[in-house]
Structure formats: structure tokens, C-alpha cells
Design a binder for this molecule. Structure first.
Ligand SMILES: NC(=O)c1ccc[n+]([C@@H]2O[C@H](COP(=O)([O-])OP(=O)(O)OC[C@H]3O[C@@H](n4cnc5c(N)ncnc54)[C@H](O)[C@@H]3O)[C@@H](O)[C@H]2O)c1
Length: 307
């Protein structure tokens, strides 16, 4: 199948590109390399260094993709607060621009990477897809606005979509300099024998899902005519930052130089864990990787990389 992956030079996108190439798809990548890296891109994919905000007509005419996986985004929550216009430019306007290209090129399916953590805010009760969407930062609002445009394009033009609302994704190629990937940050600090600072008391919990599981969810979503649906993609298991510190030390066999506790980030969600029973029922998808196995694979990768 012919696929186009936006953000295919980034953490999740590049892992997805590898899986698509491995199963024999013809893959093209659109990425402006604003946070992604050329080194991440599978050499068998055709690479276009281009912003999703620019005219994509020539690329779509040349590649004629059947399915588009939309991973490109501004993903930094703090940056979205500091510069909400720039966040919306990429995440909202860039998505609309992409949808226009999809419509004109008669793309059959789009799989969109949304964010459970950013959309649900501080959840109350069961965090399934029916939970109130209540973003606490511009990033969540822009990711959610893009979801709504997908809905509109499906109604107006029959563009089939699947939205995956990821939990906290971790694994090989996550940027330790970004603010989103606490596991990448911790492993990088362990590797370079540096202290860590935890925001708050470390009792905050998250649902950490391994990148290969999220890739699998994308492949299953693309292969099914889901009738334009939204699915959570997490593990349904919560892990606190303090537990992560213990796990990271166990897996690496190293100790952090020092663990400091700083002030909690204002507005940060205290606890979130996604209910993913709908994805299991409708997509036949379930996260398979235990936190221990995922951390081992991530540590192995961290050790192999330089810097
Ligand atoms: N990492 C997570 O835990 C997580 C959780 C929920 C949702 N998501 C979503 O998953 C997707 C991928 O995230 P990631 O963690 O791999 O981030 P990432 O920063 O590694 O990847 C994003 C990619 O998009 C590219 N990009 C950014 N702006 C662009 C533009 N205007 N035009 C073209 N390319 C552009 C970047 O260069 C980068 O390669 C994003 O949509 C993000 O919102 C990630």
C-alpha cells in the first residue's frame, strides 16, 4: 500500500515508517525537521523536507498515497503556553492544510495521532473516549481542534479517519531534550551520571505505552474501516514518577547521581490512565509490552546512541 507519514523523522513517526517499510509498503515522509532528525528516516522511504503548512499538492500528486498517517505536530506543552499562535499554526492550520491536500488527492484514509493526556485534562472517573474533553493547555486545544476538522472532512467529503489518543509514549528515538519524554530524560541522565529533578512529589501517575505498541495500533487502525472513530491507545496501567525512578535504576543497574524534588508544574495533571477497552473490542488492539520490557529496550537503545 502507498502511505504518507507526516512527522516521519520524529520519534513515533520514524518507528511507524520502519514498520510500514518492513511490511512492504511504499512510504513517503513529509517532515520539516523542526524536532525530527534525518538520521531517523528509513532509507527506503522517500523523504520530503517540507512543512505541513506549505503547499503539498506536488508531493501528493507524485506519491498518490492511499493512507496518510498524521504524526507531525508541535508537541511541547510549555511552548504551546508561551506561543499559542505558533502551536495552532502547526497543529490546527497545518492539519487543515494537510486535509485539503488529502481531499484534493482523493486519499482514502487518515490516521491521526492525538493525545489522551492533553485532551482529557484532569480526568474524573473512567477515562474512556466518552470522557469530557477539557484541555488545560493550548497544545490540548490544538490537538482536539484538529480532531474536529477530521470529523468535518469525513462528513463533508467522506474522508475516512481514525483518531488515536495516545497515552504517554516512550521508547527508542524519543528526544531526551524534549519535555514530554520523562523516560528518555531519566535514561539520558543515568547514562551521563547526572542528577534529576522531579517536578512535585513524584506521586503523580501516568499511563506509559511503548512505541511499538502505538505503531501496532496505527497499523491496525489503517487496515480497518472504522467508520471515523476515536480510540484511546495506552496500557490502562498507571505508574508514578517515583516508581519510574526505581524501575529505571533496576533496568539500567545504575543509580541516579542525585534525585531532587522541585515545585510541581502549575496546571499539571495529577493522575491519568486511559481506558482502552474500545480499541481492544473494535481494533483487536491491546498494548503488549510490559513496562519492564519496554524500559529494557529503551535503555538498550539509549546505551547504543551517542550524546
Ligand atoms: N510522545 C508522546 O508521548 C505523545 C503522546 C500523545 C500524542 N503524541 C502525538 O504523536 C505525534 C508524534 O509525536 P512525537 O512524540 O513523535 O514527536 P516528535 O517531535 O518526535 O515528532 C514530530 C515530528 O513532526 C515534525 N514536524 C513538526 N512540525 C512540522 C511541520 N510544520 N511540518 C512538517 N513536520 C513537522 C518534527 O520535525 C518531528 O519530526 C504528535 O502528533 C504528538 O502530538 C505524542
Amino acid at each position: 500500500m502507498k502511505c504518507l507519514v507526516t512527522g516521519g523523522a520524529g520519534f513515533i513517526g520514524s518507528n511507524l515508517v520502519d514498520a510500514l517499510v518492513a511490511r512492504g509498503d511504499a512510504v513517503s515522509v513529509v517532515d520539516d525537521l523542526s524536532t525530527g532528525s534525518k538520521a531517523n528516516i528509513n532509507p527506503k522511504a522517500v523523504f520530503y523536507r517540507e512543512s505541513i503548512n506549505n503547499d503539498l499538492a506536488k508531493i501528493f500528486a507524485k506519491e498518490n498515497p492511499h493512507t496518510v498517517f498524521h504524526e507531525a505536530a508541535q508537541i511541547n506543552v510549555r511552548k504551546s503556553i508561551a506561543d499559542p499562535l505558533s502551536d495552532a499554526r502547526t497543529n490546527v492550520l497545518g492539519t487543515i492544510n494537510l486535509l485539503e491536500a488529502c481531499r484534493k488527492a482523493d486519499v482514502k484514509k487518515i490516521v491521526y495521532s492525538s493525545s489522551g493526556g492533553a485532551c482529557y485534562g484532569e480526568p474524573s472517573g473512567k477515562t474512556d473516549e466518552n470522557h469530557l474533553v477539557n484541555p488545560l493547555a493550548p497544545y490540548g486545544a490544538s490537538k482536539y481542534a484538529a480532531e474536529k476538522y477530521l470529523f468535518i472532512y469525513s462528513k463533508l467529503y467522506g474522508l475516512d479517519y481514525t483518531i488515536l489518543r495516545y497515552a504517554n509514549v516512550y521508547g527508542p528515538r524519543q528526544d531526551p531534550k524534549g519535555e514530554a519524554g520523562v523516560i528518555a530524560i531519566f535514561f539520558n541522565k543515568l547514562k551521563s551520571n547526572q542528577p534529576i529533578t522531579v517536578n512535585g512529589d513524584g506521586k503523580q501517575t501516568r499511563d506509559y505505552v511503548f512505541v511499538q505498541d502505538v505503531v501496532e495500533a496505527n497499523l491496525l487502525a489503517a487496515g480497518k474501516k472504522t467508520g471515523s472513530r476515536i480510540f484511546n491507545a495506552g496500557t490502562g496501567k498507571k505508574t508514578s514518577v517515583n516508581e519510574l525512578i526505581d524501575f529505571a535504576q533496576q533496568v539500567s543497574g545504575k543509580k541516579f547521581a542525585q534525585v531532587n524534588y522541585g515545585p510541581a508544574i502549575a496546571g499539571e495533571v495529577k493522575h491519568i490512565c486511559l481506558d482502552c477497552s474500545l480499541a481492544k473490542k473494535e481494533l483487536g488492539w491491546q498494548a503488549k509490552t510490559s513496562i519492564n520490557d519496554g524500559l529494557e529496550k529503551t535503555w538498550e537503545w539509549t546505551n547504543k546512541t551517542t550524546g
